[in-house]
Structure formats: structure tokens, C-alpha cells
Design a protein around this ligand. Structure first.
Ligand code: XIL
Length: 319
């Protein structure tokens, strides 16, 4: 029952200048995507700024195409994301709205987007990155700042109403080790469940770097949420590294990267309710990493030309 997924490249700021949309323009990319994965996550195409570009304007084309492709290839889809502080359109973040209007805007968005894909989404990242690393609600999140943290429960209720079969998730990075952030999520999850809110899962994005220790305690973290009766998932795994001069990683670096990948997969396999394992892109060619983390790269399991790295084989052998 474990789904193995990838982000589907497209729409990212880092890609726009360099490549046409890989999902539509790169045949080799589509072939690997169809053959190697049983789940697909739109990397950008369901985010507010893409799917809801004007207050009264939705643009579903790119997301529709991914959902159709997934259906044709027997793949699940992870919807990403409904409530987030980032990649929101200027009309939303720079507009002046009353609290009632803002609440209505969020409700309309969730009912419309989750409703459009009703029955076709395995898991929705309903709330993405709502806590900072100290476990405080992120004030950059316009909905949380203006409407208060109670809006998170409303978002889950609206998503459930729109798509009663989708598993609804909390999703974040920096939750691969115990700490204040994980504590905040556990407390929130307990509260939402006690209040009868339709929360079904907790996910670690797992954007990792070999600059930091391997996520040896991820299994224990996931287990804490499993113990609450929630599904768990890995949703955006990649393992970046410092690129040596010339840009080509050493064999040792690649071996280390492979162990990080398998540590995460092992954690998911060890926890009963971990039902989805997604990497954030499968080829370095389209990875977001070099554009967001200066001097780091080579974070995915395949080179630019889709040749497989040690991390690919290590994951395959673990499965
Ligand atoms: C990233 C995409 O990969 C980029 O293409 C985009 O420009 C910025 O966002 N956490 C998330 C993802 O939840 O949505 C982010 O994706 C990576 C961090």
C-alpha cells in the first residue's frame, strides 16, 4: 500500500527562464515519470499563485493535465497546497480585505480547488508550513495573521466537505528530528482530533542537506503521529550537498547521499501508517535546489540526463 511519488516539475520560478514546462515539453521526462512512480505531486501547479491568479479567476489547465496523466498511468495524486504563506498571488497579499472577506476568499478557494479534483486526490497538504522552527504560528501566513490559528481547523473542514475521500495532511520541513516544531504539530494534531476536525495525516517534507546529520530520529517522530491514529508520509524528499569546484560530486558524497535517502525510506517503512513516500523531483535537471541553496545541488536520484545515481539503486534495493 505504500505509494512512491515524485514532484511533477513545472511552473517554478527557477524553471521559467531556462526551460519550457518539462511536464509538457520533455518526452524523456514524461517516460520516467510514468514508469517509475505510483504517485505524483504538482510541484507548483496547484499553488495559489498558479491556480488562482485573479480574485475571480482560476486557471486549472496545468493541474488538470497532471491529474489526467496520473489517472492514465494508475498514479495517485498528492494535492499541494491549500493554506500556505508562500507563492500567494499579489491580489491576495497586497489587497485590502476585511476579515470576513478574507475568510470567504479562503473558503471559496478550498471548496473550488479541492472540489474540482474531488475523488481524484489521495492526499491533500491542507496546511503547509504553518509553524516556524520554534513552534510558533507563522505570522507571514496572511490567513493565520489576520484570522487567527483557528482558521487551520476551518481549512480542514472545508477541504473535507469538498473532497470527503481525500486524506487531509499537515505538512512541513524541519520536522525530521524531535524538537519544538514537532511538539507544536503534535499538540495541534491532538487538539484537532479532540475537536473532531477531519485531520488524517502528518507529513515531513524532508528537504535534507548532508551539511547536517542524517535524520536518524525520523522514525520516532513519525511514530508519535502514528500513535495518534494518523497516517504519515514523506512528501518532498531531496538530499542536497556542497558541490565541489567543477560541480561534480565525489563518489563518497554520492554514497553519503544514498544513506540519507534510505534512512528516510526505512523510517517510513518502519511505521505502519506511513503510506506515501515522495521525492521532490527525480532529476537534477529540473531540481529547485541550486536556485534556492547557493553552492548546493545534485539533490535528486538522477543526473540531468536521467542516469541513475547510487541513491536511486539504494532506494530500489530497500524496497
Ligand atoms: C518549491 C518548488 O520546488 C519551486 O519550483 C518553487 O519555485 C518554490 O517552491 N516546501 C514546499 C514546496 O512545500 O512547495 C516548495 O517547492 C519547496 C519547499
Amino acid at each position: 500500500g505504500l505509494r512512491i511519488g515524485t514532484a511533477v516539475a513545472g511552473g517554478g520560478h527557477h524553471l521559467e527562464q531556462e526551460y519550457p514546462d518539462p511536464f509538457t515539453a520533455d518526452r524523456a521526462y514524461r517516460r520516467v515519470l510514468a514508469q517509475q512512480f505510483s504517485s505524483a505531486s504538482p510541484e507548483n501547479q496547484m499553488k495559489w499563485e498558479f491556480i488562482h491568479p485573479g480574485r475571480h479567476e482560476y486557471r486549472f489547465g496545468p493541474a488538470d493535465a497532471i491529474v489526467r496523466f496520473a489517472r492514465q498511468n494508475g498514479q495517485a495524486v498528492r494535492g499541494h497546497t491549500l493554506l500556505w504563506h508562500s507563492q500567494n498571488p499579489a491580489w491576495l497579499t497586497e489587497g485590502t480585505f476585511t476579515k470576513a472577506e478574507l475568510r470567504a476568499i479562503l473558503k471559496d478557494h478550498i471548496l473550488t480547488v479541492a472540489g474540482r479534483y474531488r475523488g481524484q486526490i489521495h492526499q491533500w497538504d491542507v496546511a503547509n508550513e504553518i509553524f516556524d522552527d520554534n513552534g510558533a504560528y507563522r505570522q507571514e501566513n496572511i490567513f493565520i495573521r489576520e484570522l487567527g490559528p483557528g482558521i487551520v481547523a476551518d481549512a480542514f473542514r472545508w477541504a473535507h466537505r469538498a473532497d470527503p475521500h481525500a486524506q487531509l495532511f499537515l505538512n512541513d520541513y524541519g520536522v525530521d528530528w524531535p524538537g519544538a516544531k514537532v511538539d507544536a504539530y503534535e499538540a495541534l494534531a491532538r487538539q484537532l482530533l479532540a475537536d473532531g476536525v477531519p485531520l488524517h495525516g502528518f507529513a515531513s517534507q524532508a528537504h535534507l542537506s548532508t551539511r547536517y546529520p542524517a535524520p536518524d530520529q525520523l522514525r520516532t517522530v513519525l511514530q508519535r503521529f502514528d500513535d495518534l491514529g494518523l497516517h504519515t508520509a514523506i512528501t518532498e524528499l531531496d538530499v542536497r550537498m556542497d558541490l565541489p569546484e567543477g560541480g561534480v560530486p565525489t563518489a563518497e558524497q554520492l554514497a553519503t547521499q544514498a544513506t540519507y535517502y534510505t534512512t528516510v525510506l526505512d523510517a517510513c517503512l518502519a511505521v505502519d501508517g506511513c503510506n506515501s513516500f515522495t521525492i521532490w523531483g527525480f532529476t537534477d535537471r529540473y531540481s529547485w535546489v541550486p536556485h534556492f541553496f547557493p553552492a548546493e545541488g545534485a539533490a535528486t536520484v538522477m543526473w540531468d540526463d536521467f542516469r541513475r545515481k547510487p541513491a536511486y539503486y539504494a532506494l530500489r534495493d530497500t524496497l
